[in-house]
Ligand binder design. Structure first.
Ligand code: AMP
Ligand code: MG
Length: 416
């Protein structure tokens, strides 16, 4: 057996970021930038008002309350057609350009329209700059806004749009093929024949690929047959940036994915000191123009394939996508075991399927989500985290334990 860190390091050392290229900004959500974005414009582009109210010269409000004639109206998208003169006010709405000559805005709540809105009583004195948003207050021309390794999040997409950036240089979204292997597997609702089971790994892995932000490609199911498996992996490598297979990587005689990867690629078969998901076959298979395509031979047991995805494949795929090192892995959080999580020493790290709750004090509490067999997808489906139990006897109730979150952290405080 090899340690988890060593297996991960092996995988990551062989996953190269995909070659970056120009991408329309509007299609870049979730992609990782491979170059700087520099602001060519100021945001906001002009001085504007943060409030509905009246644009004034602050000096004119010194003796408030004061009555000023209303010289016009400026709304968002409709600049004033003349400057504000001394002793005047202009009605102004949020986002409208502040007219030349004005240096402050009095919010509407501190005013009173008079004389059929031809004049206004200003009830408070304001300082110059009150309620103004300066040009460039958010972003200044020439400022480096984003850089290599930054993911285009929804907020960053908004910044690109504010700046009028039409194109960015980014790593492409990895296309990830998913393949199931096994003579016993069937798809569809037909009654099962003796010995058959339904293929659950393929839909699960396709969904995990999509959830992680990559493009899933269904490569179908193949029987336990060497040429069939080889053909499917080669087809996957020809059209995808990475391939995930499940099944056929443990010790047994018919574990053909391991055999095939060894023959057609540069493969390492690993027995990782973890439970579940001990076996992992990871290899590079030649793709178009000889480019090495990573192939993850994940274990067949449904929980194992998911845990192996979370620990190895997700990290490797994120490297292909261009994420920096610190962002490759699922973060681990400090939690408290709300019940004993017992285990026996066996030289492995155990990843226990748990349900997390947030205590009234804001602590993350974890409890087993049920049967921990690697075939028991039910408990995996109930879980939103994996408690990390180092080799030993486990943890007692109330003791600290690390947890990897598989879903959004629970937001609602729940009693524990
Ligand atoms: P294997 O690694 O191929 O020996 O598979 C280990 C276990 O996982 C066996 O019980 C298989 O039937 C099961 N298994 C393999 N592939 C799948 C799949 N795609 N969906 C559900 N179970 C699977
Ligand atoms: Mg099999």
């Amino acid at each position: 057996m090899i340690p988890l860190d060593e297996a991960l390091a092996h995988v990551l050392a062989r996953c190269e970021p995909l070659v970056p290229g120009p991408v329309p900004a509007l299609s870049a959500a979730g992609l990782v930038l491979a170059g700087d974005v520099v602001a060519a414009e100021a945001v906001p582009p002009f001085v504007n008002t943060a409030m509905d109210g009246y644009a004034v010269r602050a000096a004119d409000t010194a003796g408030a309350p004061v009555v000023l004639p209303v010289a016009g109206e400026v709304a968002a998208g409709h600049p004033a057609d003349r400057p504000l003169a001394a002793g005047e006010a202009m009605r102004i709405f949020t986002g409208a350009p502040v007219p030349e000559g004005a240096d402050a805005v009095v919010m509407v709540e501190r005013t009173e329209p008079l004389d059929g809105r031809r004049s206004v009583r200003i009830q408070v004195a304001v300082e110059p700059g009150t309620h103004l948003r300066a040009a460039g207050e958010d972003l200044k021309p020439g400022e480096r806004v984003f850089g290599t390794g930054d993911e285009v999040t929804p907020a960053r997409l908004g910044v690109l749009a504010s700046l009028g950036v039409a194109e960015v240089v980014a790593h492409p979204r990895p296309r990830v093929g998913v393949l199931s292997t096994g003579d016993e597997l069937v798809t569809g609702p037909a009654p099962l024949q003796p010995g058959q089971i339904r293929d659950s790994n393929r839909p699960t892995l396709l969904a995990l690929v999509a959830q992680a932000g990559f493009e899933p490609v269904d490569l179908g199911r193949v029987a336990d047959d060497e040429p069939g498996i080889a053909g499917a992996i080669e087809r996957g490598a020809a059209t995808c940036d990475a391939v995930l297979s499940s099944g056929g990587v443990s010790m047994g005689d018919i574990d053909l994915v391991r055999v095939v990867l060894d023959r057609i690629g540069d493969m390492r078969w690993m027995q990782v000191a973890i439970r579940p998901a001990k076996p992992l076959a990871f290899g590079l298979v030649p793709g178009p123009a000889g480019r090495p395509v990573p192939v993850f031979g994940l274990p067949g047991n449904p929980v194992s394939s998911m845990v192996s995805f979370a620990l190895f494949a997700r990290a490797g795929l994120r490297r292909l996508a261009g994420h920096p090192d610190a962002r490759l892995h699922l973060p681990r959080y400090r939690a408290v075991a709300a019940e004993p999580l017992a285990r026996r020493p066996d030289g492995k790290i155990h990843f226990v399927r748990v349900v997390t709750t947030v205590s009234p004090a804001g602590e993350l509490h974890v409890r087993s989500s049920g049967g921990q067999g690697s075939h028991q997808l039910g408990a995996m489906a109930r879980a939103d985290g994996l408690a990390v139990l180092p080799d030993g006897d486990g943890v007692g109730a109330g003791e600290p334990v690390e947890v990897v979150l598989l879903a959004e952290p629970p937001t609602a405080a729940s009693p524990s």
